[in-house]
Design a protein around this ligand. Structure first.
Ligand code: BDR
Ligand code: CA
Length: 313
């Protein structure tokens, strides 16, 4: 087996972020170095509390959690409480968290990790890209220390916050623009691929069938997420976006990609935050991303359930 990939997850838990954290913490292919939080699905205070809650219920200790930016670079914060609820993690009940945050800004923690780690580190943002853009702006020398940025966001097709824009891009388009123009290798796992990760009743039953408190908590998260996806978008089963990016790091064969130029639209009257993906090179611009197109759903759910089983044992 290859050595585990050193990873920092930058997230805004968030139901699917919670499962992304568990997949990364529970899979032997990942060496989870830190969890950083940002405002997105909810305020920074709530996403940070939720990261602590997730680590507490999943028994994830020894992984530093640091809070980052509390608003996007330019525009005001617009949370997704219609999707994730008032807490950002509505549904199951969580005990009082027993893991705390470290007293350091997320961007400084990531910088310190990149500087000290003996090999380049993979960043997995599953949230608006504010922290990552700030890192690349404040510490431009860090770009060379990042092995890859494997992000959940964007789409080759339509959006889920506007007709054109996916939430993580819509929430901070200027930050996304900085990341895609940074020269760091980027892999984009957008809605076109995450909508293949549908948490069917069979998946929920597998998690419940683990017979652990953590399995039941995950099933509860997916049940709540399912109810909002049914109400807001008429989905039969909810798509589990964020773990897809982690799965790509675990085993690239789970998520296949095509090379393309990706531009984030900043000015469009109706398309601000859209990812313009050009695999056919109509615009004759250089390739700056690997764009995920296909998910091996069997492998994906097997790895996710196995991680939850390992953490909950
Ligand atoms: C993305 O937006 C958030 O609501 C989810 O956590 C995910 O990161 C999907 O568009
Ligand atoms: Ca997220």
């Amino acid at each position: 087996m290859n050595a585990p990939v050193p990873v920092v997850i930058d997230c805004d838990p968030g139901h699917d972020d919670a499962l992304a954290i568990m997949l990364a913490a529970g899979d032997p292919a990942v060496d989870l170095l830190a969890i950083t939080t940002v405002a997105g699905n909810q305020t920074l205070a709530k996403t940070t509390l939720n990261a602590r809650r997730v680590c507490t219920v999943a028994g994830i200790t020894g992984v530093p959690i640091a809070a980052g930016c509390d608003r996007p670079l330019v525009q005001p914060l617009r949370v997704a409480d219609d999707v994730h609820g008032e807490s950002g993690l509505d549904g199951p009940r969580f005990p009082e968290p027993t893991v705390d945050v470290v007293p350091e800004h997320a961007v400084d923690l990531i910088h310190r990790i990149l500087t000290r780690h003996p090999e380049p580190v993979t960043l997995v943002p599953t949230a608006p890209l504010t922290n990552i853009a700030l890192l690349l702006t404040r510490y431009p020398e860090d770009a060379a220390r990042i092995r890859e940025i494997v992000l959940m966001g964007g789409s080759t097709e339509r959006g889920n916050r506007t007709p054109a824009a996916e939430f993580n891009m819509y929430a901070d388009p200027e930050a996304a623009d900085i990341v895609f123009r940074s020269g760091v290798p980027v892999t984009m796992c957008g809605l076109n691929v995450t909508h293949q990760a549908l948490a069917t009743p069979e998946v929920v039953a597998r998690l419940e069938g683990l017979g652990t408190e953590l399995g039941r908590t995950c099933a509860g998260l997916l049940t709540y997420f399912g109810s909002t996806y049914r109400r807001l978008w008429g989905f039969e089963h909810p798509p589990l976006h964020d773990p897809v990016a982690v799965a790509r790091v675990i085993d690239p064969a789970i998520v296949t990609c095509v090379p393309a130029n990706v531009v984030v639209e900043l000015r469009g009257e109706y398309t601000r935050g859209a990812t313009v993906v050009d695999p056919h090179r109509y615009l004759d611009r250089p390739v700056n991303a690997q764009v995920a197109v296909t998910l091996d759903t069997g492998l994906f759910w097997d790895r996710l359930v196995a991680s939850v089983a390992r953490l909950g044992a």
